[in-house]
Design a protein around this ligand. Structure first.
Ligand SMILES: [Mn+2]
Length: 578
């Protein structure tokens, strides 16, 4: 999910965007940091060019994390929680039902429990069409469990009215969220959200679990200062595995503070004591020690997320917090089954979309794609929106209609920040919220036609052909002779890869020395040579392009180099005859 999509039949030609060359800048970077020219060019291509930025990027460490008290209302939050601990009040953690919410909820529950608080948690269920009403379910649960403090995780910022209702019941509320505030800010004890207009917290890109972690850091600091907690008793690093999972799953940008959190989080994950996670990975036949961001994105996230989509997301928190091997194993097996079920539903929905596009190709004549159906599962629409917005590189809205209400999931491209657009169309919407790149909405069935017409109109008027042409951003040219294990070792400094920090994409001109081979039916294996250095390339899902290769022997190849066993292989994204 974090990789650029390789070329496929439907998307057509990819536009190669070449790196800018600035020899003076390159020279400066190479000298200052003693870097290989290819590595220096990758940094320059990504705009990481000042000495300070490069230093931060290459050598970021935990102590570089920002002070959690840079959140303006952090003091109120920690004071209220401390009071709850001392008065033995019951605290409810109320989390969103995706992986970000589950991990954040697990983190705060475990941490508060550890410092002696009486904690309950509640996860909302996505099958409810009207999202805001879910906090009222949490209210019911809070009343039942006699909680007098409610802390939201990864949600709440757009629920001012519902939070007013909670407060009326004499329950204090602390909001921790990272979604874009779209209407009035809820009145409560404290609101921690790096996207508040007034926020001075330096990292706007923190995810829900990231904000929860900052709260845990601040609270620990406060409890130690107040001598309620002995110094050194609590090592916050133990929660970073959860932060890594939530951040990667929520497509948090892997730069700055997020990249530090995830890189230490991966280390933590590789030695995790969470038996639920260990069981889940063993079901996926993955070794804990091999955990990377792409393992999180491809194995852990879909399985946990399938709960929020078609089952009980609460079980995800249980799995993350499980202490008993048997129970953990049972949960992990269940999660895996839900994931298979989710895949089945998803396959059917993808087929539906493909059929719609085949029957009515004019749907793709607009700069945005909007599709609606009564047959679709509202829990799966986000996956479809993501898939088709990537495939066609344009804003995509997928709407599932249930009764008189449509629930929509939106994925957009950077040139079309979508929250402002939804605001413009808010007269047609019952609710909306999220981020500029990924948002959700609900609307009456009777408004769908008008919404579609107006949304497409705005997209057609704002976007140009070049915006929706799928692009391949190249980082640097490389000579085959430079692709050594030494260079591969230094390229590792760029990890962890993910959203906002992709694996490097290099290019080279070379010739084919043997005929390409089709492997595993869909993939191509290429045998490439440049100045006597031979390298094998693998082009995933590109077997259909075999005829292009048979005609031409010299190619320009765009690829990510990989170490496989004892050799270096090229993961080929695209190629062009030259
Ligand atoms: Mn989130």
């Amino acid at each position: 999910m974090n990789e650029p999509k390789p070329r496929d039949k439907e998307t057509g030609q990819l536009l190669w965007v070449y790196p800018k060359s600035d020899p003076a800048l390159l020279e400066k970077i190479m000298q200052e940091f003693h870097l290989h020219p290819v590595l220096a060019q990758i940094l320059a291509s990504r705009g990481i060019t000042s000495i300070q930025d490069i230093h931060h990027y290459l050598y970021a460490k935990l102590p570089d994390l920002h002070d959690p008290f840079l959140f303006a209302e952090m003091p109120q939050a920690v004071k209220r929680i401390t009071q709850a601990i001392q008065n033995e009040e019951n605290i409810l953690i109320y989390g969103d039902n995706d992986v970000d919410g589950m991990t954040g909820t697990a983190l705060l529950s475990e941490m508060l429990n550890f410092v002696g608080a009486k904690v309950f948690h509640y996860i909302s269920n996505r099958t409810t069409l009207l999202r805001q009403s879910m906090i009222l379910d949490a209210l019911e649960y809070a009343l039942k469990t006699h909680c007098t403090l409610l802390i939201t995780v990864d949600c709440g910022i757009t629920a001012a009215e519902q939070i007013e209702e909670v407060v009326k019941h004499k329950i204090d509320v602390i909001i921790t969220d990272h979604h874009e505030p779209t209407n009035k800010i809820p009145l409560c004890v404290a609101t921690l959200n790096p996207k508040l207009v007034s926020s001075e917290y330096p990292n706007r890109e923190l995810t829900g679990v990231g904000v929860a972690f900052k709260l845990a850091c601040a609270l620990t600091e406060h409890l130690i200062d107040e001598e309620i907690l002995p110094q050194k008793k609590l090592d916050l690093k133990r929660y970073l595995d959860l932060v890594a999972i939530g951040t990667v799953s929520d497509m948090g940008q892997l730069l700055g503070e997020n990249r530090i959190l995830v890189s230490y989080g991966l280390e933590q994950l590789r030695k995790t004591k969470r038996i639920g996670l260990a069981k889940l990975l063993s079901i996926c036949e993955t070794d804990l020690l091999d955990t990377t961001t792409s393992i999180i994105a491809s194995k852990i996230a879909p399985r946990l997320n399938s709960l929020g989509r078609i089952a009980e997301p609460e079980q995800g928190v249980k799995l993350l917090l499980a202490k008993q091997a048997l129970a953990a194993e049972k949960l992990a097996i269940e999660l895996n089954l839900y994931n298979m079920e989710r895949q089945k539903i998803e396959r059917q929905m993808v087929k539906d979309v493909e059929r719609m596009l085949e029957q009515d190709p004019s749907l793709l004549s607009h700069k945005a794609l909007i599709l609606t159906s009564k047959k679709w599962h509202p829990g799966i629409i986000a996956i479809l929106a993501m898939r088709f917005s990537k495939q066609y590189n344009r804003p995509t809205v997928i709407i599932a209609v249930d009764g008189q209400v449509g629930k929509g999931s939106v994925r957009s491209i950077p040139e079309f920040p979508v929250l402002g657009i939804l605001k413009q169309l808010s007269d047609l919407l019952l609710s909306f919220g999220g981020h500029d790149s990924a948002a959700g909405l609900t609307l009456r069935e009777s408004s769908i036609e008008q919404f579609t017409r107006r949304f497409l109109e705005i997209a057609d008027n704002t976007l140009q052909e070049q915006h929706i042409t799928p692009k391949l951003s190249l980082d640097a040219e490389v000579r085959f002779e430079d692709l050594t294990f030494d260079l591969m070792e230094s390229i590792k400094l760029l990890e962890p890869y993910g959203h906002g920090n992709m694996a490097p994409l290099l290019y080279a001109d070379c010739k084919q020395i043997h005929d390409p081979k089709i492997i595993g039916k869909q993939h191509l294996k290429l045998y490439l040579e440049q100045k006597e250095r031979m390298l094998e390339g693998i082009a995933i899902n590109q077997a259909w392009r075999l005829p292009e290769l048979q005609k031409k022997s010299t190619l320009r190849v765009a690829f990510t180099p990989q170490v496989t066993g004892s050799s270096i292989q090229l993961l080929v994204r695209d190629f062009q005859p030259i």
